[in-house]
Design a protein around this ligand. Sequence first.
Ligand SMILES: [Zn+2]
Length: 140
Amino acid sequence: MKRFIEEFKAFVLRGNVMDMAVGVIIGGAFTGIVTSLTDNFIQPVLSLVGGARYSWGDVNVFISNFASTVVNFLIMAFILFCMLKATNKLISLGKKPEAPKAPTTKVCPYCLSEIPIGATKCAHCASELPSEEPAQTANA
Ligand SMILES: [Zn+2]
């Protein structure tokens, strides 16, 4: 059962699953906006052309219906955005930060060129470099 949950977590956190879910939900919500626009604007206008009569009360209902659909869409988009941010954070928490690599080069104090860290003589300006590893000098 624990393995099952781990697999499910990996599936959800893969990222493109969330993208797909967002696409489906936003698509559905957008369909709602289009439908609302048709029902509350285009259809009444066409009915007016066809001879229908609307009171100002009807117009107010149309406007408030459409406005509430838009507000619904915005709220949903905002919640989805927060969920995506949280998921992305979870994904980045799951990845271990890469350990900084040990330096393999140093900068020559005379010509400021990058040279191997163990060098005792600069390859660019041929300066003798002060040894940073006294243990090796003592052995030599
Ligand atoms: Zn140098």
